[in-house]
Write a protein that binds this ligand. Structure first.
Ligand SMILES: CC(=O)[C@@H](O)[C@H](O)COP(=O)(O)O
Ligand SMILES: NCC(=O)COP(=O)(O)O
Length: 248
């Protein structure tokens, strides 16, 4: 079965935030994405709310609950107390914990699981106890020890950081070596009993090779590349193009 597609709405929110006006509407674009076949919506509320605002979350939660009850909501972020309270209020199906510094422009690395295990363990337990699946952002070349430390936090899944692969896709030899790293890490995660998600800088062009190289992918979350594609093909057209790309 192909991986599920979760559409990340951060880039739509960023466009909306250029003006003090309510368009483009994050909820309306989320509705079009889900109606076109996307399996879920992802948001990554950052502490400065420069993309998704905390006030967007109830509307997106209601959209899924009222109109697309089969879909999943995935909220990503660094687990500050403010973030944890936000997800507890929103009750997404999945929370993806990311080791981002508040000043970071975008996510660019996974957790150092061995070093941060003691920090992550109670956070993962707190979220899972409230019924949320927990995924942890993971370097594309994490070692077996790191993957085992990820499993020992009690998390359900890891999300492989695909930035290095996405960023070099045009140069095929480098892309091949990045794909091999991702495949190896995905297999280590699977052997440790963890599900495997992936995301960052994925596009309709680089997705088929990833889907073929990492056959145990459960879900990809895609925002920047899909929103850029939607300027050309419309949100519904782009969702259909990315779903087809996931078939490999
Ligand atoms: C964890 C991850 O890779 C994505 O959430 C990515 O960081 C998108 O976030 P921005 O859209 O805020 O760059
Ligand atoms: N988890 C990755 C994500 O949600 C989207 O990242 P990007 O496609 O905006 O790079």
């Amino acid at each position: 079965m192909p991986a599920k597609l979760s559409v990340n709405l951060n880039a739509v929110a960023m466009l909306r935030n250029r003006r003090d006006l309510p368009w483009p509407s994050v909820t309306a674009l989320g509705r079009i994405a889900l109606a076109a076949g996307a399996h879920g919506l992802t948001v990554h509320p950052r502490p400065d709310q420069r993309h998704i605002r905390f006030s967007d979350l109830p509307d997106l939660r209601a959209l899924i609950d009222d109109e697309f009850p089969e879909a999943e909501f995935n909220i990503e972020g660094y687990p500050t107390e403010e973030f944890l309270a936000l997800v507890e209020r929103t009750q997404p199906e999945q929370v993806t914990l990311v080791p981002d510094d508040p000043a970071q422009a975008t996510s660019d690395h996974g957790w150092p699981f061995e070093r941060q295990g003691n920090f992550l363990r109670p956070v993962v337990a707190r979220l899972r106890k409230r019924g949320m699946r927990v995924s942890l952002f993971c370097d594309p070349d994490a070692s077996q020890r790191e993957i085992e430390a990820a499993r020992d936090t009690g998390a359900d899944r890891v999300e492989l950081y695909t930035g290095p692969y996405g960023g070099c896709y045009a140069s095929s030899t480098k892309a091949d070596s990045e794909l091999k790293k991702l495949d190896r890490t995905a297999l280590l995660a699977q052997a440790a009993g963890l599900g495997v998600n992936a995301g960052h800088d994925l596009t309709v062009d680089n997705l088929p090779a990833l889907a073929r190289a990492v056959p145990n992918l459960a879900e990809v979350s895609i925002g920047h590349g899909l929103t850029a594609d939607a300027l050309e093909y419309g949100m519904a057209g782009s969702v259909r193009r990315f779903l087809a790309a996931l078939e490999g």
